[in-house]
Ligand binder design. Structure first.
Ligand code: PLP
Length: 382
């Protein structure tokens, strides 16, 4: 039995705490009023993101949700505008309907395929013509990596086809690239290549990159000028935002180069769970590409994901050191969704054969399981 162990919180890649170097950068950041455009650290971050994404300009915003919403507000600027997106996309399912409520945009969802794409023909069939009875299809949003599809990386050739269709029909293409750097790492392609044909792209620093707050939106200079106005309208002008941008810069410098190790850890975890050969909890290894591990619970299983999640949230180090048993001698339910360079340092304990991770996910078909002694290989991760 492991003599050393620790709880690793893998409920989401958003639960990370800033690293020491991020904290230091935050304290020492040069700052100014960003609403005046005078915050030097934010300006450096925006410049860097624009360069990385091959776009003219970028804007630091408080969250991924705000970045996506601003993109909709800027792109869908006519009454009766319609946005197309996948039915499992974050922008459709998990952003409180902001596109409809705040941008006044009709959202039409196309059926997402398991790999996060959708059928190209279906896309084309949904682009409306000039009939005055119909809304005006103005924008398409794609997501890369695709969260609800298990962190799947969207194939480049599919993106290229989609971009061709958008051009043909005059649609603006937005990419929710909250985990774009993970996609870039997986494909070994520059982020700029992945978003080459996108009119706008959002990236998040506070997810797989481990910074405490913030996202960026990138596009043409004109798009970003309009986005800046929308950000102000939404209350997202952050004044001395350099304290946050500083951590984001560290994330770009320090976390991005280590994403390959995250993906490796996630793959190991997924493999270990599958190797348990449980009928109740399985993983689609084909989908295991980046930092998200989705465990599928057999619908016949009496344990629901929410029950599991409830239990996972209260796993303690003491329980683990007592051999992964609770006071009532029950197995501690463990596990996983997304991992992160900073939240999963505990994975180094894998060689002790004992890892207990805590995971959150609201999706009903996905959950967790016990991992005690499931992983006993000595993994070289650095
Ligand atoms: C793919 C995707 N897009 C957007 C968001 C929203 O980001 P935020 O929570 O920063 O608003 C998330 C959050 O998890 C996400 O996974």
């Amino acid at each position: 039995m492991a003599t050393t162990s620790q709880v690793v919180d893998l409920r989401s890649d958003t639960v990370t705490k800033p690293t020491e170097s991020m904290k230091k950068a935050m304290i020492t950041a040069a700052i100014g009023d960003d609403v005046y455009g005078e915050d030097p650290t934010t300006n450096v971050l925006q410049q860097k993101i624009a360069e990385l994404l091959g776009k003219e300009a970028a804007l630091f915003v408080p969250s991924g949700t705000m970045a996506n919403l601003i993109a909709i507000m800027v792109h869908c600027n006519k009454r009766g505008a319609e946005m197309l997106c996948g039915d499992k996309s974050h922008i459709f399912k998990r952003e409180s309907g902001g596109g409809s409520h705040l941008a006044g945009t009709l959202t039409t969802a196309l059926k997402n395929l398991p790999d996060g794409t959708f059928d190209i023909k279906e896309l084309e069939n949904h682009v409306r013509g000039t009939d005055i009875h119909e809304p005006i299809t103005m924008m398409l949003a794609v997501e890369n990596t695709h969260n609800a599809c298990g962190g799947r990386v969207i194939p480049l050739d599919w993106l290229d086809k989609v971009a061709t269709i958008c051009k043909k029909h005059g649609l603006l293409l937005h990419m929710d690239g909250s985990r774009l750097f993970n996609a870039s790492e997986y494909l070994r392609e520059e982020p700029a290549r992945l978003v080459r044909d996108c009119d706008s792209v959002s990236v998040c620093f506070s997810k797989s990159l481990g910074a405490p707050v913030g996202s960026a939106l990138a596009g043409t200079r004109r798009f970003i000028e309009q986005a800046r106005r929308m950000r102000k309208m939404l209350g997202g002008g952050m004044r001395q935002s350099g304290v946050l941008a500083a951590a984001a810069l560290v994330a770009l410098e320090e976390t991005v180069p280590s994403l390959y190790a995250d993906h490796k850890r996630a793959l190991y975890l997924a493999k270990a769970i599958n190797d348990l050969k449980l009928s109740t909890f399985t993983i689609n290894m084909e989908s295991q590409q980046t930092n998200i591990v989705n465990v599928h619970i057999d619908p016949k299983c009496t344990v629901t994901s929410s029950k599991v999640v409830e239990r996972l949230a209260v796993v303690t180090s003491l329980e683990i050191t007592s051999g992964c048993k609770t006071d009532n001698n029950e197995d501690i339910l463990s596990l996983l969704k997304a991992s992160n360079a900073h939240s999963i340092q505990g994975w180094r304990w894998l060689s002790d054969g004992c890892l207990v991770a805590v995971w959150w996910l609201s999706g009903s078909s996905q959950a967790y399981m016990p991992l005690k002694n499931a992983i006993n290989e000595n993994v070289e991760l650095t």
